[in-house]
Ligand binder design. Structure first.
Ligand SMILES: Nc1ncnc2c1ncn2[C@@H]1O[C@H](COP(=O)(O)OP(=O)(O)O)[C@@H](O)[C@H]1O
Ligand SMILES: O=C(CO)[C@@H](O)[C@H](O)COP(=O)(O)O
Length: 528
């Protein structure tokens, strides 16, 4: 039996581009951290940014489910090499990209419960998925199914008031409906459907884990107030869906003990608990310890903005999710698809693939960029629904290119954050005297980018020492589920306390408030 002082927790993050894992101590300080990057560590799956874009349909964006399983095999090996003592881990939990879905073939749960500890997971689960490539959050193939979901309950507003969101292409309900209509045989052959987060929990549990409330609220299927599936919506998506999804559970629920496979293969303690996993944005909310007045801005593969919300409200351009810490509370969220990968593409083209050069060019241009505006949607954007490159001069004339790399770079970053601010204001987010931004995700290490964020929103930007708040959130979930107490039982260590990185320049609002108005006018033209 482990003593209190020896207890550790394992938190995993199965995000778009990589699988990360951290072992933390009781104070939530990181003892060991490892990463498996899909594109580079698992090149045999030929992903780009962790996903595969269909050659015949650019809106179809999937990821091989078995790649995620193999990534876990690899991560566990890395943790062995790092000398992690698995017997001290009291609980495991995880977080994952939201909305993506996993289709377990008939008989898969039996396989999952009888794994041979002398072999890898990926060799034993290779034939366990009825749909080998999981639809991801980046997919936007389900416009027809979205209209059906909205139609079933009386329109987008009604769907938003029930599920927290109008129908979105990437949300799991419409994705399941598409699988049902396009691949009926595979659907019939599907025993259970998991979200990526509950799939991760299942691997540790040795049986198919329930979906947690927070991630379930990203499916367009659950009533966010009573936390029950809406039968009318389930019926639109496929037969016997309640059976395939099972009943959702509160986030941070302790699901049971770790499976015999992990006990024997890695020497976990037989009492080690598996705690329900959640989506990366809800987990980030936990890892950030978000309080009132704070707006979280996650700059990962996607850019997301979110905040703690006490009462649900109906929003049409955004999402209301169940709060992972407080079953009575909610979180408001906005998601933008063209985040880091777009910044990276522009860096590669205009700054020799170097963030240092990118920052130098960004900082060499003035705030407001001489009136030039650039909007870059490499994949179909969520907010606004738009695709392609759109460049404008001060007079609003559309341009085919800008005259220099530095103008292009600033146009891209300003265009992104002006868009984020416009949609945040549209869902009622008010930037007041005390508003503070807490940034996280891969790009939050970039101070030049954060300065633009600060100037455009007109508020100070803070970061935590640990840029991956979702992974730390997962470790917190493990701790909460293990202790059976709610989130306020822990105090955050120094690395998780927000640290100020930039403040807005004095004249920034004179420049950017009119630019937000200009962007609104531009969207009327590129949207139609
Ligand atoms: N110094 C940097 N400046 C800007 N962006 C960065 C920097 N370092 C990493 N990134 C971006 O971070 C992204 C990955 O962020 P991360 O939060 O780890 O992604 P995810 O969790 O979605 O897999 C990369 O696509 C990369 O473009
Ligand atoms: O679709 C959403 C949120 O609704 C995305 O935020 C995904 O959850 C992917 O997250 P990252 O990999 O970008 O962190």
């Amino acid at each position: 039996m482990t003593t209190e002082s020896e207890v550790t927790f394992l938190g995993l993050d199965l995000s778009t581009q990589q699988l990360k894992g951290a072992v933390v101590n009781e104070k939530l300080e990181i003892i060991c951290e490892e990463t498996v990057i899909f594109d580079t560590h698992l090149p045999e799956f030929r992903t780009n940014g962790g996903v595969i874009i269909s050659k015949t349909n650019p809106h179809e964006i999937t990821a091989p489910t078995i790649m995620w399983v193999k990534a876990l095999d690899l991560l566990m090996d890395k943790l062995i090499v790092a000398s992690v003592d698995f017997s001290k881990i009291a609980a495991v939990s995880g977080t994952a990209q939201q909305h993506g879905s996993v289709y377990w073939q008939n008989g898969a749960e039996k396989t999952l419960g009888n794994l041979d500890p002398s072999n890898f997971l990926h060799t034993q689960l290779a034939t366990s998925f009825s749909i080998p490539n999981s639809p991801t959050w980046m997919d936007s193939t389900t416009k027809i199914e979205c209209r059906c979901l909205e139609g079933a309950v009386g329109g987008p507003e009604k769907l938003a008031s029930i599920t927290g969101s109008r129908a979105y292409e990437r949300f799991t309900g419409s994705q399941i409906a598409r699988i049902n209509t396009h691949r009926p045989d595979a659907f019939k052959n599907t025993e259970r459907i998991s979200l990526v987060s509950s799939f991760l929990a299942s691997l540790f549990l040795g049986k198919i884990a329930p979906i947690d409330y927070s991630d379930a609220s990203g499916m367009n299927l659950m009533d966010i107030k009573n936390k029950k599936w809406d039968q009318k919506l389930l019926d639109v998506c496929g037969p016997n869906l309640a059976e395939k999804l099972k009943v959702p559970v509160p986030s941070c629920t302790c699901l049971g003990n770790i499976s015999p496979y992990f006990l024997e293969r890695y020497g976990f303690n037989k009492d080690c608990k598996v705690v329900a996993c959640s989506g990366d944005n809800p987990s980030s909310l936990i890892g950030m310890g978000l309080e009132k007045d704070w707006l979280a801005v996650s700059l990962g593969t996607s850019d997301t903005l979110f905040l703690w919300l006490s009462d649900p409200k109906t929003v049409l351009n955004g999402h209301i999710l169940c709060n992972p810490l407080d079953p009575e509370a909610y979180m408001a969220m906005l998601c933008f698809k063209n985040g880091s990968l777009t910044r990276e593409r522009i860096r590669n083209k205009h700054a020799d693939k170097s963030w240092d050069k990118f920052d130098e060019l960004l900082e060499s241009t003035p705030r407001g960029n001489f009136g030039y505006i650039g909007l870059y949607f490499d994949v179909e954007e969520i907010l606004p629904v738009a695709i392609g490159e759109h460049r404008y001069n001060k007079e609003g004339k559309k341009l085919s290119k800008f005259s220099s790399s530095e103008i292009e770079i600033r146009a891209a970053i300003e265009g992104q954050f002006l868009t984020r601010r416009l949609f945040a204001e549209d869902i009622g987010f008010q930037i007041g005297e005390g508003t503070k931004i807490l940034a996280t995700g891969g790009a939050s290490k970039n101070k030049a980018i954060l300065q633009v964020l600060s100037d455009i929103f007109g508020c100070p930007v803070y970061i935590q020492d640990v840029v991956n708040s979702a992974m730390i959130g997962a470790a917190c979930q493990a701790k909460i589920g293990y202790s059976g107490k709610s989130g306020d039982v822990f105090s955050y260590p120094n690395e998780l306390r927000p640290k100020l990185v930039c403040e807005p320049y004095k004249n920034s609002q004179d420049i950017y408030v009119p630019m937000v108005k200009r962007i609104r006018e531009i969207f009327k033209t590129i949207n139609s």
